[in-house]
Design a protein. Sequence first.
Length: 202
Amino acid sequence: MLFNIIKKPLIPIPYLKTKSDLAKQAADLAKKLGDPLLSIEWMGKAYNLAKNPSNVDLYNLGRAYLDAGKFTQCDSIGNMYSAKYPNHTYGYYLRALANWRVDTTMELGSANPYFQKLIEVGSPDSLNNKSQLKLAYRYFVGYYATVKRDYPTAITHLGSAICRYTCFNTGPIFFAIVPITINKSHWRGENPTLSLPNLAKS
C-alpha cells in the first residue's frame, strides 16, 4: 500500500515557487528599494530561468532598460523581441525609442527604420496599436519637417495620422494627435513656420 502511494506522481504544492518566480520577487523588491539596475539584473535572471518566458516578460525587461537610460541594452532586447515575434510591434517600438533617446535631434535618423517597420507591422491592426502608430507618425512629421525640410512628405505623414484616427470626427482634432502648427505661408509655396515639442521622451 505504501509502495503504491510512493509511486503516485507528486502534486505540486502551490506555495513552492520556481526560481524564476523568486527572481521576479527579487526584482520587485529592488525596484521598491529604489535600485532600478539591480531590479533589471533580477528581471533578466527571471527571464532566463523561466521555462516558457513570455513576450510580456521580454518587453518589460527592454522597457526597464529604457527607463533606466540603458539604451544600448534596450535596443538589444528590442532586437531579440522582433526576432522572436516579428509580427508584433513591441520589438520595433523598443528599438525606435532607444535610438531616438540617443539621436534626440533626429539628425542621424537612427530611429527611422524601426518606426517605419512599426507602421508596416502595426497598421493592419491600427486600433490596438493606436498609441504606437500615433507616435511613429509624430516622429516622421518632425523628422521630415525639421531635419529634412521635406514639407510635402511631412504633410503626407500628418495626413496619414489624421485620416487613420480622425476621419470620422470634425474640427481640428488632429492637433491633439500631432502637435504641429503650420502657418498659411506653406500653402503659398513658402517655407512654413513649424512648432514641435520634444517628442523623444514619449
